[in-house]
Write a protein that binds this ligand. Structure first.
Ligand SMILES: [Zn+2]
Length: 297
């Protein structure tokens, strides 16, 4: 796949990336976050924040500076991962904003910054559902449930400007990790297909640059997954194996630090084969990286 790893940004600076849309990149670069989490600030007068980012004081300070005393109505979370949701409760407290997320408030991250006590934000939480309508400035965002990367993953669609904030569901710099048991490959592929209709929208992922050719890109992602599935089927055709046994064969060039994620990705693919009656294992409900899968002929 031809990934787009060109991405211009400055840490902790709110950059205007489109009309009524700014992005601040948090300083949490890494193998799963690319240069860092891109937090979006949406709106001109009344603001909303999409994926406030990791629990870093520098990032919270940069957000406060960019908000510059404008009211913040909403904090929207694409999903529960710490690099997206770590600052959710701190932002909601600081800006007196409502958190919208697919996950129940008890699962929202703890807020612990420096000397302040650890608090769990229980108030001002709204549960997202597929098609939840969120008022933003003078228009709306529509929540789209897109499970797969996590079970609570949502994209946010802006029909006024033709934008989709796609979190970690679709990225241009890398494929998405799907880690069982919360991540599910079958759901991920169906969620990808559900976004194919929006081919004239610009997709804004949380990590990396916007995607302006979503139709083509989603197609390449689907082809890539089909190719991985074929490889897995071929390897299992030779002999039964667990995800752990297959990492080296299926990802020969991969740095060691990424092996655990690769193992989980293979497991996600193997579980999907079982769901489609193309493979079997002793007990799919307990499948983990050491479970042996057999290809069905
Ligand atoms: Zn994630």
């Amino acid at each position: 796949m031809k990934f787009n790893r060109n991405h211009s940004f400055k840490y902790c600076v709110a950059e205007k990336v489109a009309p009524g849309l700014r992005r601040i990149t948090a300083q949490n670069p890494g193998p799963f976050t690319f240069h860092g989490t891109g937090t979006y600030i949406v709106g001109q007068q009344e603001l909303s924040i999409i994926d406030p980012g990791p629990d870093l004081r520098t990032h919270l300070n940069a957000l406060s500076e960019s908000v510059n005393n404008h009211p913040v109505q909403n904090i929207l979370l694409t999903h529960r991962h710490e690099d997206h949701a770590g600052l959710a409760s701190a932002c909601a407290s600081q800006f007196n904003a409502t958190i919208w997320a697919g996950d129940a408030p008890k699962a929202l991250p703890l807020h612990n910054l420096g000397d302040s006590p650890t608090v769990r934000l229980k108030q001002k939480y709204r549960k997202l559902n597929d098609n939840s309508n969120i008022e933003i400035d003078n228009y709306h965002l529509i929540a789209m449930h897109t499970p797969g990367h996590t079970s609570d993953h949502f994209c946010f669609r802006d029909d006024t400007h033709g934008r989709i904030f796609c979190g970690d569901h679709i990225m241009g710099w890398s494929t998405t990790v799907v880690l069982p048991p919360d991540g599910n490959m079958g759901q991920y592929i169906r969620s990808l297909q559900s976004l194919r209709a929006f081919d004239d929208y610009t997709f804004w992922p949380t990590h990396g640059s916007p995607i302006t050719n979503p139709r083509e890109w989603i197609l390449s992602l689907l082809e890539h997954r089909a190719m991985r599935e074929e490889q897995l089927m071929r390897t299992l055709g030779e002999e039964p194996a667990s995800a752990t046994n297959l990492i080296e064969q299926l990802y020969p060039e991969l740095p060691l630090e990424l092996w655990p994620a690769a193992g989980q990705s293979i497991l996600a693919g193997a579980i999907f084969l079982v769901e489609k009656n193309m493979a079997e294992c002793a007990d799919i409900t307990k499948a983990d990286k050491n479970t042996v899968f057999f290809r069905l002929y």
